[in-house]
Design a binder for this molecule. Structure first.
Ligand code: NDP
Ligand code: MG
Length: 375
């Protein structure tokens, strides 16, 4: 029998994490779980641990599970990501918490299936450089980047990347509708069922903005060569254009199981979870349109932060995230997310090549200032 893939899931209690466990359940004979980690959802983490019997679990609360070693907090996370027993670590936490575990895994030569896009938005230059130096593979889980990863044979032949966007719940609503949107309306994503933060980002298209930056780092592509196209059906997950003008796209019915499965089993393509067989005639039509840059200022904010580089994207990420939390708490309106993020961006003095410590310090500073602004 083939050697099992030894995996840890950082963020196993989230939307990506639970779907990853569904993939692993389907491919039981292919995987051995080293560790599962959660934040505050202890009940679910315990259930998962009893079912999948990892060697370690880690959470933000002290817990006891018989026969399983329990670790605690960010130190626990880092210990798990330094454990060289792992062949691969799925980084599926949300927010800035993903960066340090990712760096630890890279330092220890462990391959990464990366869902946590904030890691690359905050520190893409450092993360990709370190991964290259230590020969670590970073396989994207984000459906668009996973699609591009599948399309590219030789990066030097690629002319541009074409990232698709569903357009979210406000695609055909007016700016006025968006300004008056409730939390529930913003969370009602037409295609994907995801965590709350990324769902709000999908409504403001900031998620697409963050994905532009993510793509820039993953595929070493200049921003001028990354396009966004709105595609409401979410069937074409993204595409690349070759230098000769031919376009290769990856298609499939919308499901996060498939990109998660691709990333954690790469380079194999095991038959685990299978989406319904694809039928062009049933799909019948695929629509594409230009994004509305005026209604969704997040796209230009992301392009300009990305082009500016350095700490500009740290600022974008931190200010946006704090504004999204404030929106979810009912403290601000949806459209305030843009104005708050923009204000923070305009007042930020960019550091061109920040160290990891500087990145965390800037992140912290921006969060404090954003909260003050929201008050
Ligand atoms: P969720 O909010 O559903 O899950 C987040 C996970 O992170 C949970 O396991 C949560 O634990 C854990 N977590 C959060 N804060 C902490 C903390 N301080 N310490 C330790 N663990 C913590 O998010 P998603 O699964 O939706 O997204 C995860 C990442 O994947 C994000 O970066 C997102 O952008 C990206 N992504 C998600 C997609 C999706 O379809 N959901 C698609 C593409 C990318 P707990 O719940 O126990 O507190
Ligand atoms: Mg995506």
């Amino acid at each position: 029998m083939d050697k099992k893939i030894k995996i840890s899931i950082v963020g196993s209690t989230g939307s990506i994490g639970t779907q990853a466990l569904e993939v692993i359940e389907k491919l039981q004979d292919k995987f051995e779980i080293i560790a599962l980690t959660g934040g505050s959802n202890i009940d679910l983490l315990k259930q998962q641990a009893l079912k999948f019997r990892p060697k370690y679990v880690c959470s933000n609360k002290e817990i006891k599970i018989e026969g399983i070693q329990t670790l605690f907090g960010t130190e626990g996370l880092e210990e798990i990501c330094s454990n060289k027993e792992n062949d691969i670590i799925l980084v599926a936490v949300s927010g800035k918490i993903g960066l340090k575990p990712t760096l630890k895994a890279i330092e220890n030569g462990i391959n990464i299936a990366l869902a946590n896009k904030e890691t690359l938005v905050m520190a893409g230059d450092i993360v990709m450089q370190k991964a290259k130096e230590s020969g670590v593979k970073i396989i994207p889980v984000d459906s668009e980047h996973c699609a591009i990863h599948q399309c590219i044979k030789k990066l030097s032949q690629v002319e541009k990347l074409i990232i698709t966007a569903s357009g979210g719940p406000f695609l055909h609503k007016t700016i006025e509708d968006m300004k008056n949107a409730t939390v529930d309306e913003a969370l009602a994503h037409p295609r994907w069922n995801m965590g709350r933060k990324i769902t709000v980002d999908s409504a403001t298209l900031m998620n697409k903005g963050l994905e532009i930056i993510e793509a820039h780092h993953l595929f070493n592509m200049p921003y001028e060569k990354i396009d966004v196209v709105v595609h409401p059906q979410s069937i074409v997950h993204s595409a690349i254009e070759y230098k000769d003008g031919s376009v290769i796209a990856q298609l499939g019915l919308p499901s996060m199981h498939i990109p998660i499965q691709y990333a954690i089993t790469y380079p194999e393509k095991f038959e685990g979870i299978k989406s319904k067989s694809f039928s062009f005639s049933e799909i019948a039509r695929l629509d594409f349109e230009k994004p509305d840059f005026e209604k969704f200022p997040s796209l230009n904010m992301a392009y300009s932060a990305g082009k500016e580089g350095g700490s500009a994207t740290v600022c974008l990420n931190a200010a946006n995230e704090e504004a999204v939390f404030a929106f979810l708490d009912g403290k601000i309106k949806l459209y305030d997310i843009y104005s708050i993020t923009e204000k923070m961006m305009n007042s930020h003095k960019v550091i061109k090549t920040p160290s990891i410590d500087e990145i965390f310090a800037i992140d912290e500073e921006i969060r404090i200032k954003t909260k003050e602004l929201i008050k």
